[in-house]
Design a protein around this ligand. Structure first.
Ligand code: GMT
Length: 375
């Protein structure tokens, strides 16, 4: 089967999920065509089953805003008709689902039928898509996709509530390749980043305000008063400066390391003792799953899909948004007792196994078959 995948090519969770999905499907014999504005960051090698088509938006002085959706719709028309694509799978509603609908209409007029699968990832529903400026177009695109999936039950409920959507929405969670992660690392690799007795706490995100990275630092500050530790901040984004200012003012600079954007999250996580994710919104929390797959317990909020992924008192702990005291004391509880720590490590790993790539990819394969058979 030939599948076109539209996604954001960046380090964000939706782009990572779309890229890893395409790579895995290509290994299973599907012919995958990524259609986006630059090569996805997790796509390091192309092959006979893995193709990439760049969407170019020509600049013209008349335009205040370049019409990306228009360029994407035209590119989708070209790629689908030229390569005889069977199914188009778009990740993130804005503007991908809308552009795909337009491409489908153009293709229909030219006698070509193409089913559209839309996967909703989070902020396209809970933040951006919900804005009155976008809402009618997002509602229309969801209602007019052939199949709609989202990454957690919580996101499905939000989609129904915020957009009044009545149609079927399937839940297909984020996934991780358990075998690949655990083949590469063993427990003896732990603590390569720090001194023997220091604990390593990690946060990975795009440092947007909804990630609450000042909460990350305040939780760490409290942990560090009791347990000697270092905080590794992976990623980049708008609140980085705010975080650095806070660290400077509170003399914490030497205890916090900023590693920037990286494809080596697994290498960092395998040396870590705890993962912090105090987000205000999180439809799933892929970075937390990646931590759990490397036996790292998670301290997070109980928002959105996080409470489905991070089982309170089992794979780690969940607390209310902004409850720094509770998140810090739960972290200290785990970090200060070696046997408890090992128990949480293995419980986190057991929970991550539910989201193994081998279990989740067949759910997508099933909907591709369904989509292909839609009249
Ligand atoms: O918030 C991010 O880290 C990026 C964002 C995106 O759209 O790429 O991630 C969203 O999709 C991920 C993959 O499905 C989910 O794991 C994240 O929870 C979700 N982020 C939010 O809902 C804030």
């Amino acid at each position: 089967m030939k599948i076109g995948i539209v996604c954001y090519p960046t380090f964000g969770g939706s782009g990572v999920v779309a890229t890893e999905l395409g790579i895995e499907l290509s290994k299973k014999g599907y012919e995958i065509h990524f259609i986006t504005y630059s090569q996805p960051v997790r796509l390091d090698a192309l092959s006979v089953n893995l193709h990439y088509h760049e969407v170019n938006v020509p600049n013209y002085p008349l335009f205040k805003y370049e019409p990306y959706e228009l360029a994407l719709s035209s590119k989708l028309y070209d790629v689908v008709s030229k390569h005889k694509i069977d199914v188009l799978h778009v990740h993130y509603a804005i503007p991908h689902a809308y552009a795909a609908y337009m491409a489908k209409k153009i293709l229909n007029q030219n006698g070509y039928k193409i089913p559209i699968i839309t996967t909703l990832h989070g902020t396209d529903i809970t933040l951006v898509g919900n804005h009155p400026f976008y809402k009618p177009a997002v509602t229309f695109s969801i209602n007019n996709s052939d199949i709609v999936t989202c990454v957690s039950k919580s996101l499905m409920d939000d989609t129904r509530e915020f957009f009044g959507i009545k149609r079927e929405i399937k839940v297909i969670p984020n996934f991780v390749d358990i075998e690949k992660y655990n083949k590469n690392y063993s427990f003896s690799d732990k603590n390569v980043l720090t001194q023997v007795d220091e604990k390593i706490i990690v946060h990975i995100s795009n440092f947007r305000p909804l990630k609450r990275i000042i909460d990350v630092i305040k939780i760490f500050e409290k942990i560090n008063l009791k347990i000697s530790s270092k905080l590794i901040m992976v990623g980049d984004g708008p609140d980085k400066k705010k975080a650095k200012d806070y660290l400077r003012k509170n003399s914490l600079k030497n205890r916090v390391i900023f590693l920037g954007k990286t494809n080596q999250v697994d290498q960092i996580l395998c040396s870590s003792d705890l993962f912090l994710l105090p987000s205000e919104k999180e439809s799933f929390g892929l970075a937390a799953l990646e931590a759990m797959a490397l036996k790292v317990p998670v301290i997070s909020t109980n928002t959105g899909g996080l409470k489905e992924l991070n089982i309170n008192g089992n794979s780690g702990y969940t607390s209310d948004i902004g409850d720094i005291e509770s998140m810090a004391s739960n972290a200290i509880k785990i970090l200060s007792d070696k046997s408890l720590m090992n128990k949480y490590r293995s419980q986190a790993f057991e929970n991550a196994k539910k989201y193994d790539i081998k279990k989740v990819i067949p759910l997508y394969e099933k909907i591709y078959d369904e989509a292909k058979n839609i009249d």
